[in-house]
Design a protein around this ligand. Structure first.
Ligand code: CS2
Length: 500
């Protein structure tokens, strides 16, 4: 007999489970991007909110392309296990906040119904940075993005985020249903504002009468989300079985830490996410900059340098004393670009991050974080680098991170192994030819990609000199030696100071 997870009742005593009857709560949220991060983050906060305050706030999860999440979840009543992994051990918790799991490709009518339902008051999203099709320079829609192009050509059968949301907002307006609140939960700078400008611009092109309505009537609260959630590894499902006694094909592993800072602008209501520890604030931006620059920026630096130095996981990078020195230097340099944030000690935040990265129980691959660099580098590395220049601080750590990314873009390790770049710009990023590339050629090539590296940085002689120095070392001496040289230099520098 199958022992598939199917009920929250039939679990060992030490497995946490919903402190409410899931079936008693109707859906109120549609979430687009039914991946591990959503299941480890927003769905957990919603589980806490339902337990504390009830309400019809369960989630209809939608994946745009892959039918796999729905296939995994539906046979188990959309229940799944989160496994928190820390020095305290592995703690299993079964989550009941997902009410249904759909795939746009195969369940189009059900997705449309969910988006149009008056009960749906929030549409939240985690589709990764590249999923939206935002032209960062204009803030509008990028007509070269495949989903934007397809949806502009056929707005009645949308496939992508902008097309789908604009279509649904149009349907709701026609039927007199109030619009839903749109909550972008991806690691983008000012994510609410960015998604708003994307939808307004998309509407201008596809449904012009909706643009002003979206601008005036739809709320796009900004939010900062945080929980390290590695892609599921081979041991995850076995661990779920060991802990819960059930076969759970949808289990996720994550760290114990989680944080959610949200702008409190939900005209049609929201779950009591504060019950799970979410912080509601008037201005998310300082929190978001702190997280994007310190956590994500350092992550990207250590992913490129670490991957090329032969480290598979973030925890291995942190065990390498030379790279660990560069991690700490980067954390301090990123902190030095931030304004004061009342109630937050950035030194403590940095120490906590170093500890979180070192978590020996999480198998978080450097190759996973290295993905989509062209979408991540601007807010994680280039923006703080520009602020460092403005503040008269050293750009060395950001130049090192940039050089490591540029070296990664070459697509081949020092020992000659090829790897897939996994970046929407990969065809443009990799310089022509397979022969050895000089640092100058690589920098010139990447500087020439429109809208990627800010012109102000390119024009700054100190910046380009630092990037060239590090990239030159990486190309000629190899990654290990270049990292060792950079760390030696870092040890002689004064740590980055925040200027008051
Ligand atoms: C990581 C993030 O893959 C990446 O680019 O930097 O997914 C990171 O783990 C999360 O933002 C943590 O909240």
């Amino acid at each position: 007999m199958s022992n598939r997870l199917h009920s929250p009742d039939d679990l060992p005593a030490d497995v946490a489970r919903p402190a409410y009857r899931p079936a008693d709560h109707a859906p109120g949220i549609v979430h687009i991007g039914l991946g591990a991060f959503h299941k480890a983050h927003q769905a957990v906060y919603t589980d806490d909110a339902l337990a504390a305050a009830g309400g019809d706030w369960r989630i209809v999860g939608v994946s745009l392309r892959s039918p796999t999440p729905a296939e995994e979840l539906r046979p188990q009543a959309c229940l799944y296990t989160t496994i928190e992994r820390s020095a305290d051990g592995s703690h299993a918790r079964v989550i009941g906040s997902l009410a249904d799991a759909l795939c746009l490709g195969t369940d189009r009518d059900a997705v449309r119904d969910a988006l149009c339902a008056p009960a749906t008051r929030i549409v939240s999203l985690t589709v990764t940075e590249k999923g939206y099709g935002i032209d960062r320079a204009s803030g509008g829609a990028d007509p070269g993005h495949p989903a934007i192009a397809a949806d502009l050509a056929d707005p009645g059968t949308p496939r992508g985020v902008a097309g789908l949301l604009v279509w649904a907002l149009g349907q709701r307006r026609t039927s007199g249903t109030p619009p839903f609140t749109v909550l972008c939960c991806d690691n983008l700078p000012e994510n609410g504002r960015l998604l708003r400008s994307l939808l307004i611009d998309f509407a201008r092109r596809a449904a012009p009468d909706l643009a002003d309505f979206i601008a005036s009537d739809v709320a796009f609260p900004a939010t900062m989300v945080d929980r390290i959630t590695p892609a599921r590894g081979p041991g995850t499902l076995q661990l779920a079985r060991d802990l819960t006694g059930h076969d759970d094909r949808a289990a996720v592993e994550c760290e114990a830490f989680r944080q959610w800072v949200i702008e409190d602008r939900f005209p049609t209501g929201r779950p009591a996410w504060e019950a799970g520890g979410a912080l509601f604030v008037a201005d998310v931006r300082p929190f978001e900059e702190m997280k994007l620059r310190m956590l994500n920026g350092t992550h990207s630096m250590l992913a490129y340098a670490g991957f090329l130095a032969g480290h598979t996981h973030v925890r291995d990078v942190m065990k390498d004393p030379v790279l660990a020195t560069l991690v700490r230097r980067h954390l301090a340099a990123a902190a030095a670009t931030l304004d004061d944030l009342p109630g937050v000690d950035l030194g403590t935040y940095a120490e906590d991050l170093a500890r979180r990265f070192a978590n020996p129980h999480l198998a978080h691959e450097t190759y996973q974080i290295a993905m989509d660099g062209s979408e991540k580098m601007p807010q994680r590395i280039f923006a703080p680098a520009q602020d460092a220049l403005r503040r008269g601080q050293s750009v060395e750590p950001f130049a090192f991170a940039t050089a490591a990314w540029m070296r990664y873009v070459l697509g081949r390790t020092d020992t000659g192994e090829y790897y897939d770049l996994r970046d929407p710009l990969s065809a443009a990023l990799r310089p022509e030819g397979d022969g050895p590339a000089s640092a100058e050629d690589v920098v010139q090539h990447l500087y020439g990609i429109e809208g990627l590296i800010p012109a102000a940085l390119q024009a700054h002689p100190e910046w380009t000199a630092e990037v060239l120095k590090h990239l030159g070392n990486m190309v000629s001496l190899g990654m290990t030696q270049a990292i060792a040289d950079a760390a030696k230099q870092a040890e002689t520098e004064r740590p980055a100071q925040r200027r008051g």
